[in-house]
Ligand binder design. Sequence first.
Ligand SMILES: Nc1ncnc2c1ncn2[C@@H]1O[C@H](COP(=O)(O)OP(=O)(O)OP(=O)(O)O)[C@@H](O)[C@H]1O
Length: 953
Amino acid sequence: MSEFDFGLDRLVIGLFTGLTYGMLAVGLVLVYRSSRFVNFAHGAVGVFGASMLALFVADWGAPYWVAFVVAVIVAALLSGLIEVVVVRRLEGRPSLVGMIATLGLSQLILVSALLINTDGVSGFTFPKPTHLPTFQVQSLPIGTPYVAMLVLAPVVLAGLGWFLKHHRMGMAIRAAADDPDTARLEGIPARWMATLSWAIAGGIAAFSAILVTPTTTGAGMDGLGPDLLLKGLAGAVIARMSSIPIAIAASLGIGVIEQLLLSNPDTRDLVTVVIALIIVVALLRQPQLGRSGQDKGRWRRVVLPPLPASYRTVRSIVWLPRLCVAVGIMVAVGLAYVVSNDTASVLTLVSGYTLVGLSVGLLTGVSGQLSLGQFAYAGIAAAASVHVAASTHNFLFGVLCGVITAALASAIVGIPAMRLKGLALAVSTLAFALATSSWLLRQELFLGDGLSPAKPTWWNYPLEYAVDYYLFALVVLCLGVWIANNLRHGGFGRMVQALRDNEHAARAFTVPNRLRMLQLYAVSGALAGLGGIVIGHGQSQLTVNSFPADASIEVVAVTVVGGLTVTLGPLLGALIIVGLPALVGMGMVGQAVLAVAWLLVVIFLPDGLGGVLVRGRDELYDWLARRHGIDPLRERHGVFDVSGQASSPLHEKPRLEGLVPRVGASARSAGPILTVDSVSRRFGGVVAVDHVGFQVAPGEILGVIGPNGAGKTTCFEIVAGFTAPDRGRIVFDGIDVTGATPEERAREGLVRSFQDAALFPTLTVHETLMIAQERAEPTRLWASALGVRTAERTKTEAADEVLERMRLTRFARHSVGELSTGTRRVVEIACLLSLQPRVLLLDEPSAGIAQSESDALGDLLLGIRDELGTTMVVIEHDLPLLSRLSDRMLAMNLGRVIAAGTPDEVRNDPAVVTSYLGADQAAIHRSGLRLATGADDPDPDPLVTRIQSVPSR
Ligand SMILES: Nc1ncnc2c1ncn2[C@@H]1O[C@H](COP(=O)(O)OP(=O)(O)OP(=O)(O)O)[C@@H](O)[C@H]1O
C-alpha cells in the first residue's frame, strides 16, 4: 500500500473544495427547507451564473467584480423565477415530481448556459478574480479564485447566518419553511419567502461556480454534473437537510477527506465510493427524512380501471388493441430489413433505454420511489452477462446470469433503501450510480479496461451486424414490455400501489411490505439488467462509458416524458429523447427543445405523452361503445349519487350470514381471546400508554373511551403490532404475539381499522377488496409477471361476492378517494371481514359520518358480532353508540385505565366524568355523560383533583 502524501497544500485545496461543497450544500438545504425536495438544478443555476460572468467579462469587457455581482444577481433571479414559474405549479403533487422537474430544468439551464457562452465554460479561459493577492503554499500556487473563495465564502456564509437568524426577512423565511400555514396566519407571505429562499440559493450556486470554474482543468461544465451535486448533497444530508452550520462543517470535512484519498494512488479511485457510503450512513441515521407524509393523497392512479365488462361485447374494442400490437411488431421487425446498420444501432439503444425505463416505470410510476441509479444495474448485468457468455460459450446462460446479478444487486441495495424513501432513496441511488460508474464497473471483475462482448447466434448464424442484432434487441424488448405490463396490471402492481398509497393499511390487510418492496427492487433490477444486456452485447468494445451515471438521470426523463403511468411510456420517451437526436443529429437547440418538452410534460401532462395516447384510445373505445348502444358514462362510472345520504350503503341491510366462517368457535383456548398484559409506551417525555391491561372474551364487544390524547389509539397500535411496547405483552388466542409484525397478526385474525379509514385513495373499491383477499390468496410474483390469472379470478369472485353482500356493488369502479366517509367505512369493514377476523379492533368507526349513518353503523357492527361471532374492541367518542354496542367498557385517561365495567358503571364513574372536564362542555353533553362531580361533591376523587389541575385543551 502506498503512502498518503498529505501536506499543507492538500489541506488548503481540501478546505477550498470543502467550502465549495459547503456553498452547494447550503443552497440545497435552503431549497429543501422551503420546498421539501432536492433541487437537482442547483448546480446548473450556478453554471448559468458562471457563463453569464464569462459573457460579461470576456465578450463585453465589463470589470470583473461588477460582472461578478451582476452574474450572481442574474442567477438569483433565475432561481427565484424557477420557484414562481415551475415549483408553484407543482403544489399538491408528490415531491418526487418536483425532483423530476428540476432534473429537466437542470438540462435546460445547462444547454442555455452553453448557448450563451458558446465556447463552453472552460477552466483555462474562464475569467479569474482581479485585484487580489496570490501566494504559494509549499509547491502549490494559490491563485486569486482560491483567495476569493477562502476570504469571501466565510463572509457570505456568516452574513447568511446573521440574515436568517436576526433579520426580519430571514426570520420570516425560517418561519415559512418550518410551518407555512401558521406563518400565513401570522401574515407572512409564505410563498414569497420560498421564492426568496430559492433566489438566495441560486445566488450562492453562482458564487461558487464562478470561483470553482477557473480552478478546474479543461471543460468546467463536465465537472459540475451529478458528481459535484453528490458532494454538495453529502454535506446537506449530514446536516439533516436543515442546519446550515453543520452542512458547512461536514462539507469542509468532505473536502479534506477527498484530498486525503486523492493523495494516495491506491485510494484515488475511491472518492465517490467513500462519499456514497457517507451519504448512505447519514441517511440511515435519519430514515424519516423525506417521509414526512406530505405525499399522502397526492398520488395519481397508476393504470386506468379495467374496461367495463360490457365493452368486451364490442368486437372492435376487443380486436383493436391486438391489431395495434400485431402491426407495431410487424413494423418494428420490418425496420430491420430497410434501415442501415447505423440506424439499427440507434434502435437497439432505444430498446435498451426502454427496458431500463420500464424498470423506472415500475419503481417510480407504480411505487412512487425515485431511483436515480437504474443504469448501474444495467452496467452490472452487461458485465456479468459478457463474462459468463465468454467463459461458458453459452449466450443465453450469460444473459440469465446477467439478469440474476442485476436483480440481486438491486435487491441488496434495496435492503437499506427500504428504510430510505422519497428524497433519501433518490439521493442514495444517485450515490450508488456514481460509485458504480466511477469505481465498481472499472474493476477487472466487471468491465475493467473494456470487454469484447459475444454476439447472440440464431441457428448458428451470429447476429454480428447491427441490423441483425436489432432483432435480438426487439425480442428482449417485447419480453420486457410483456412482463412489465403483466406486473403493472396484475396483483403485484396493485399491491405495490396500495403500499404506496397507505403502507399501514396495506400491512393491516396482511401485505408484507418488506418482502413486496424487495421483490419490486429485484424485478426492476432485472428489467434494467435486460436493458443493459441489450446495450452491452450490441457494442463492439464495452467500457464504463456505455453506462455513465448521467444515463440514470436521462432514463428518468425518458420515462417521465413517455408517461410514468403507461407501460409503453418509456418506448415513446426513448424514441423522442434517445432516438430522435441520434437519428436527426439535433444540435444544442434541439436538446434545449427536448428539455423544454420535458418540463412542459412534467407540469402540464402528469401522465406524459403516453397518457395523452391512452386517453385518446379510451375516447375511441367510448365512441365505439356508444355506436353499440352502450352508455359509456354509466358503464364506466355507474350510478353515483353524490348527495351521499340516499346512496349510503349503510342504509341497506347487508347479507352477512355465511360471508366468512363463523369464527367464535375456532378459538384455540377456552380463556380470553385477547389479553393485553400491562403494556406501556413512552414517546420522549410523554407516557402515551402506562401499564394498560385488559382481557376480551370470545364474542364480546369491549368499548374503549377517553378524552383526546388518552392513549387509546397508541394502545391499538401496540395490540395490532404497529408500535412496539416498551414493556408488557400481547397474547392473542393463547399465543404471545408481542414480537409479531402487523401482517402476521392480521393473518392470525387480529385485525384493526384506522381512524381516518383512508384506505388506498387511488385504488377502486373493487381493487381495495382484492387487496383484502391477499390473506386468503397471496399474489405470487412469478404468476403476476407471467400473467397467470388463476388466483386473480378466484379473488375477483370473492371480492364481487363481498361487495354484493355489503351492498357496495354500485361503487365497485369508483376510486376510494372519491367516496363519502360513510361509504368508505363500509368498504373498510367489508375489507376487514374479507380478512376473516377473529378480533376486530375498530378505531372510532363513527368518526366523520352523519348521525343517521352512525345508528346504521351500530346495527351493522352488532350484526357482524351476532352473525359471524366476531370479537370486537371499539374506540369511540360517540357514547350512546358505544353504550349500545358494548358488553363491557373501559375508560382511559393520561395513558392509564381509569375505569372498567358495564357501560352504565363506566359512564357514571366519577373519575371518567372528571377526565372529560378538560373537554368542551358541549361535547360532554353530547356524549351523554352525566357530570356527577363538582362543588357539591362531598368526597372528591383524588384523581379528580389531579385531572382538574391539568390545564384544559
Ligand atoms: N408517534 C408519536 N410520537 C410522539 N407522541 C405520540 C405519538 N403517538 C402518540 N403520541 C402522544 O401520545 C399521547 C396519546 O395519543 P393517542 O393518539 O394514543 O391518544 P388517543 O386517546 O387515541 O387520542 P384521540 O382520541 O385524539 O385519537 C398523546 O399525547 C400523543 O401526542
